[in-house]
Design a binder for this molecule. Structure first.
Ligand code: C2E
Ligand code: CA
Ligand code: CA
Length: 752
């Protein structure tokens, strides 16, 4: 009896144990499957986002290069006197043959459209209206819609201007389909439906990378969207997502089906987006299915082993799975991807106490390399850059490519890394030259160290990136470390950008004037106009705080023209009030020269106030970017042919070169105060003297800036520099105060 009872007891406890095991097992399997679902969800979202971002930036690059070509084409067309004409055909044919444009046309202001063959193409008045709609700055514009000229379904239009007069439009047509297909096939990882949408949500192009059962009868997305039209909410949601510069993600549900939808704005396109739709079910099914199979197998194994295994697998599944899913390398450079970087970086930072540093690095103006030397060369350089960055990295250090030329690193020994940057930069340039890329590659590197309290990879990346952006291309410094100051600068930048427009509207930008003196006579010879931002509460902000910001966001164009107008207006009013007038110069940022309409806009303003050309001088700084040089020379020639006076500002600072002044046409050389300060020694004085002699030999005037005392003025007299500007004579003061203090009524007027 007791034997039986004991056996039953034993059985019961074994059974209980088995039930307990099964229950634990069941729970664990369910948890495991849910885990997989959640992970797959997240992964799908990340993968899709990466894809559309890459797609959007590739398309934006393509568009940009077409814009550049259109600028050149329009400039050449602007030189032609008659349309249509054989010259027009030559220019149009040339630009067709040497670019991605499949068709090139010229549209006259009276609405006649000519093909590169010279043949006139019939166009409707709606089409003419569409093409000749313009952006405010007369830059290139994409025109989409009901065109069917040859294979081109997208047109690009760019006004052709000569001497401020519009002659018509350069129109380039290209097959968007080919461009998009090519890029998307090559680079998209996710399998689903990609599309390019214009600002109104019209589908411009569709690409299905895999015909899944969901999409079998969806040859293009228009049909798919029609399917969506059953659900007004879904259509609204789609519309709300497109056209943003950020990447947007959303899940759409229709009946029992669920889709991931993501969308990213295409820069410079005027509101286009790249979007991607993937049926969630498909994406999840493979993963879930695979995991289910694993679970079933496990069931047949020894229960304890299973429990242990599942316990372990649940703990590590997250990490392993994610790592394995994204450990693929970047297709171009074989560095890791940014997804890998985030996951592995998080892991490293969490696991160890090592004080890490996160580094963000890129190459200034790298897109020019792609543009001027081709994408292939660009890729070779990026690959080499990745290799250089990766050399000597330890096992717990990572280099990854985010996008384009932007790399991220996690390093332990940041000091030695920073020391090596300069060598690395030299190696990279040597390599570039060895493959005939003559563009100077300047690195920008931002660094932030992890602290005990901050080991959050995303936050550290943001900070390293913010530090990177503070590196000035022409400062010669390559590395910036994140600091409280950078944080403050970011904040002040935001404040400035959010208030600049209203400041302009409220007239908070004021014209100040600083005298220029003739050291031979001690008399006033001119003035420089300098901007001051006087806020409504009376605080004054100096230009060094906001001009660099305006130069990066384009607002400087508005401001510089505003200042030019204020100076012209002042000259007009001084004339009316009978003052003896002197030339006043204005500062013109070199950003302005990028606009092909620059010269004609300057003429427009001067003519509006009827000022004599010699009374308004334009101060320009020479630029160190070689690809700008020819353009700059061209613009200066044009300005001078219209009798404008050009001052070369800040000569002797930064990258200025003697070489430059022999090529560029100008009237006045303004010698930088920095230079003047270091010339207190005898050698400095000799160099200064030689510069003045050189200017004289070239037949231009020279003026020294930053004269602060009588001794400095004496030096100028000795070396034969006739003009001076500086605090010794006066600080910049409000324009009206300047008139009172320094200007006189002309004797003729007084006699009257
Ligand atoms: P800049 O064109 O080199 O202007 C001369 C700067 O030197 C002015 O600073 C002036 O106040 C300062 N300065 C004049 N005499 C002396 C002196 O004896 N000693 C010293 N240490 N400094 C002297 P400001 O007005 O703060 O302007 C700084 C820079 O901001 C200008 O340098 C110019 O590059 C830019 N800027 C000013 N107004 C404008 C503008 O309307 N448009 C653009 N694009 N830039 C502007
Ligand atoms: Ca200046
Ligand atoms: Ca200057």
């Amino acid at each position: 009896m007791s034997g039986v009872r004991e056996y039953a007891k034993k059985f019961k406890s074994t059974l209980m144990l088995a039930i307990a095991f099964s229950a634990v097992l069941g729970v664990l399997i369910v948890v495991h499957l849910i885990g997989v679902q959640v992970m797959a969800d997240k992964e799908m979202r990340e993968d899709m986002k990466t894809d559309v971002e890459i797609g959007a930036s590739m398309i934006s690059d393509r568009i940009y290069s077409l814009f550049v070509i259109a600028d050149h084409a329009a400039a050449e067309l602007g030189e032609i006197a008659e349309f249509p004409s054989p010259e027009m055909e030559v220019v149009l044919s040339n630009f067709r043959a040497h670019s991605e444009f499949e068709e090139t046309y010229f549209l006259t202001v009276s609405g006649h459209m000519y093909r590169y063959t010279g043949q006139e193409i019939p166009v409707t008045s709606d089409q003419v209206a569409d093409i000749s709609k313009e952006r405010f700055d007369q830059s290139s514009r994409l025109v989409t819609g009901k065109f069917n000229f040859g294979n081109s379904n997208i047109l690009l239009s760019k006004p052709v201007i000569n001497n401020g007069q519009k002659l018509g439009y350069f129109v380039g047509g290209f097959s968007f389909e080919q461009i998009v297909r090519h890029d998307i096939r090559k680079f998209m990882e996710v399998e689903g439906t990609f599309m390019v949408l214009d600002a109104r949500g019209n589908v411009l192009e569709v690409e299905v990378t895999e015909e899944t059962s969901e999409f079998e009868n969806i040859s293009n997305l228009i049909n798919y969207c029609e399917g969506l039209q059953d659900s007004e909410a879904a259509v609204n949601e789609l519309n709300a997502l497109i056209g943003h510069t950020n990447t947007e993600y959303s899940t759409l549900s229709m009946g029992d089906k669920s889709y991931g939808f993501t969308c990213s704005g295409v820069d410079r396109s005027g509101g286009w987006s790249v979007a991607c739709i993937v049926p969630k079910k498909n994406f999840l099914a493979a993963l879930v299915h695979q995991r289910r199979g694993e679970a079933a197998l496990l069931l047949f194994d020894i229960a304890l082993l299973i429990v242990t295994m599942i316990a372990v697998s649940i703990l590590s599944a997250r990490k392993d799975h994610q790592l394995e899913a994204v450990a693929y390398s970047d297709t171009i450079t074989s560095a890791k991807t940014k997804e890998f970087f985030r996951i592995a970086g998080e892991e490293f930072l969490r696991e160890t106490e090592i004080p890490y540093a996160v580094v963000a690095a890129d190459i200034v103006g790298f897109r020019y390399v792609n543009e001027l030397f081709g994408h292939e060369r660009g890729d070779e350089i990026l690959t080499h850059f990745a290799t250089l960055l990766g050399e000597n990295l330890g096992s717990k250090e990572i280099v990854a490519r985010n996008t384009g030329d932007y790399f991220e690193l996690l390093v332990v020994d940041v000091d030695s890394f920073v020391k090596r940057i300069e060598d690395l930069s030299e190696d990279l340039n040597a390599y570039a030259r060895s493959i005939d890329v003559t563009y100077p590659l300047v690195l920008r590197v931002g660094v932030v160290r992890s602290t005990k309290s901050n080991r959050d990879i995303r936050n550290l990346l943001d900070k390293a990136n913010a530090a990177r952006k503070t590196v000035q291309a022409d400062s010669g410094i390559l590395v910036a470390e994140y600091s409280a100051k950078i944080q403050e600068d970011l904040k002040s930048r935001e404040e400035i950008e959010s208030s600049m427009n209203s400041a302009m509207a409220h007239g908070e930008f004021k014209l100040f004037l600083q005298p220029k003196m003739d050291v031979r006579t001690g008399k006033l010879s001119g003035a420089e106009g300098l901007v001051r931002w006087i806020k409504r509460d009376g605080t004054m902000v100096y230009p060094d705080r906001f001009i660099p910001i305006f130069e990066t966001n384009g607002f400087v164009e508005k401001l510089d023209f505003y200042m030019l107008e204020r100076v012209c207006e002042l000259q007009e009013s001084l004339k009316k009030r009978g003052y003896e007038r002197v030339p006043i110069s204005v500062n013109q940022s070199r950003v302005l020269l990028m606009n092909p309409a620059y010269v004609s806009r300057v003429m427009e303003v001067m003519e509006k106030y009827e000022v004599e050309r010699h009374l308004v001088e334009l101060e320009l700084t020479e630029t160190s970017f070689f690809d700008d040089k020819n353009k700059m020379i061209e613009i200066m020639r044009e300005l001078r042919s219209k009798n404008c006076v050009i001052d070369i500002d800040d000569f002797g600072s930064g990258y200025s070169s003697l070489n430059m002044i022999k090529d560029i046409p100008f009237d006045v050389l303004k010698i930088d105060r920095e230079f003047f300060n270091t010339s207190s020694t005898d050698t400095g004085k000799i160099i200064l003297q030689k510069i003045v002699e050189l200017a004289t030999a070239l037949g231009v005037e020279s003026i020294c800036e930053g004269v602060e005392n009588a001794e400095q003025e004496e030096i100028l007299r000795e070396i034969g520099c006739h003009y001076a500007q500086g605090y010794y004579y006066s600080k910049p003061i409000p324009a009206e105060e300047f008139v009172e203090k320094f200007m006189q009524k002309s004797p003729v007027e007084e006699n009257e």
